[in-house]
Design a protein around this ligand. Structure first.
Ligand code: GTP
Ligand code: MG
Length: 484
């Protein structure tokens, strides 16, 4: 159930970013929106008559500062568009006024609207009203925020898919399957005194399995969905002095991290997001791995191991100048720390400017030695040479990163979960369904099993907002800016 939200008042906000632009747009929404604007909007020196409003048309005219004692003063020349309930973003009567970008004009217009009875909108209040008026569900409302925040093509596509309601439809399907399971079980409950297992247990189990598989696929997609939204995590790791910070700086084209020939320069990890051909990557420069007794460096190295775990792609830097034995050893060390099922490893044989002759031969030898020791396929391993200092090999690295990400996103026409709130709700639902399955297997009383099912339904319902609390709505909509 959607909790009711008072919207008998009319709200107003500047919808364009704060600061000065060529124009700014002020939005007004609520039952009084048309009336309030008509008192301030003049055409041919007369207030615009409310009866003449035609929705979805732009009217040219003036906003005036009313003054009963004298002729009203013009504040600005404007364009006004009226929207008529229920066919507006919020579902209410609403108006958009385009004014010149002056901060003074924007502020003065807001004051005039408040004087006439409107109230300043809170962050996300427009979208919240749209949700309450069933213009879309909560997952779609969240997609509006994602769309506004999107910085890359992949992120934009993700938000658009969610906004169009594909994910919401999947959740409805999941819910209706769960309702079917519940009714099968409840039927059994009604006949419990006769001690018969009424429901077709194999059908029940099959339904349960499909539902769980579906939820599992959605939770699995979170790793990729989250990477698209916040940048694919790429950890730059390796022994000290291999050139990790030099590489970060070269990728960012700025002196972000300190570079020096002193081993152990980087202590804490440094993260920077970068857009490479439409995909966001989050590069993480880490403390070099070595044996040390130094407390702070030790903490830094522990953090490096954590960052390796969290990464989708690991760039393992190896110093080419140190000879083949040392290189294989270094590669093995990095390989040990990665998970071939979840992560892709790119070995970068760095400082190639100092030993150009080693190029292709080193790659082959290292590949054979390192990959030989790998029992599984070495598909997740790339090896290439690099000079972080001169930039040779950087283009190839960017290309590799793109290729890896394209491979991972190949199934992007299916729904990707990218919102932590949704991910957590799906995990809860999945845990409840585990309890249902165990309950059925262990012959636990049907009414308890039904209780677990209702819990799963509840969690799925929280995603689209069929079930929600003020607290949840508050935290969802506070992420929005004022005017959205
Ligand atoms: N010749 C050459 N020197 C490089 C290259 N990359 C890095 N260096 C040098 O290697 C030294 C160490 O570089 P950093 O980028 O600080 O190495 P790091 O891996 O971040 O080191 P820590 O933070 O101490 O773990 C510096 O003197 C760099 O100038 C390269 O491609 N070629
Ligand atoms: Mg460093």
């Amino acid at each position: 159930m959607r909790t009711s939200f008072l919207s008998d008042d009319t709200i107003c906000a500047v919808a364009t970013p704060s600061g000065m632009g060529a124009i700014a747009v002020v939005r007004i929404s609520g039952p009084q929106a048309h009336e309030i604007v008509c008192r301030l909007f003049y055409q041919h020196d007369k207030p615009f008559p409310k009866e003449k409003i035609e929705g979805y048309r732009s009217y040219y005219g003036h906003i005036v500062i009313p003054d009963s004692s004298k002729e009203p003063e013009t504040l600005d020349e404007v364009l006004v568009t009226f929207f008529v309930a229920p066919h507006s973003f919020t579902g209410e009567d609403s108006v958009e006024i385009s004014v010149h970008g002056s901060l003074y004009v924007q502020q003065r217009l807001m004051e005039l609207l408040v004087e006439q009875g409107a109230r300043m909108a809170m962050p996300g209040e427009y979208t919240r009203r749209a949700f309450v008026n069933r213009k879309f569900d909560l997952a779609q409302a969240e997609a509006v925020a994602d769309l506004i925040a999107s910085q890359s093509e992949a992120e934009h596509r993700l938000a658009m898919n969610q906004l169009k309601g594909g994910f919401s439809q999947e959740l409805r399907d999941l819910r209706s399957r769960l309702v079917e399971i519940t009714s099968l079980i409840e039927l059994e409950l009604d006949f419990s005194e006769e001690d018969v297992e009424f429901a077709d247990r194999s059908r029940l189990k099959a339904l349960l399995q499909t539902t769980q598989d579906h939820i599992h696929r959605l939770t699995e997609s979170f790793r990729l969905g989250n990477a698209i939204k916040n940048g694919v995590p790429v950890a730059i790791v390796g022994a000290t002095n291999t050139g990790k910070s030099t590489l970060l700086n070269a990728l960012l084209q700025e002196e972000r991290a300190i570079v020096s020939d002193i081993a152990g320069t980087t202590r804490d990890s440094i993260e920077e997001v970068m857009n490479i051909n439409g995909t966001l990557f989050r590069f993480i420069d880490t403390a070099g791995i070595r044996e040390t007794d130094e407390t702070i460096e030790k903490i830094g190295i522990e953090r490096t191991f954590r960052k390796i775990n969290e990464a989708d792609i690991v760039l393992g830097l190896i110093d080419m100048t140190e000879g083949f034995e040392a290189m294989t050893e270094a590669a093995r060390l990095i390989l040990e720390k990665t998970d071939p099922k979840q992560q892709i490893l790119v070995f970068l044989l760095n400082k190639s400017d100092r030993c150009p002759e080693l190029g292709a031969e080193s790659i082959d030898r290292l590949k054979n030695t390192v990959c030989e020791s790998q029992s599984e396929s070495s598909k997740h391993i790339y090896i290439q040479t690099l000079s972080a200092k001169t930039g040779k090999g950087l283009d190839q690295l960017r290309h590799t990163l793109e290729e890896i990400q394209q491979g991972r996103s190949a199934h992007q026409d299916t729904t990707l979960v990218s919102n932590v709130r949704h991910f957590e709700a799906l995990n809860h639902a999945s845990a409840s369904l585990d309890a249902v399955r165990r309950g059925l297997e262990e012959g636990i009383p049907t009414d308890l099993v039904a209780q677990d099912l209702r819990e799963a339904l509840y969690y799925l319902g929280t995603i689209t907002g069929e079930i929600t609390t003020d607290e949840v709505l508050g935290s969802v909509f506070s992420r929005f800016c004022v005017g959205k």
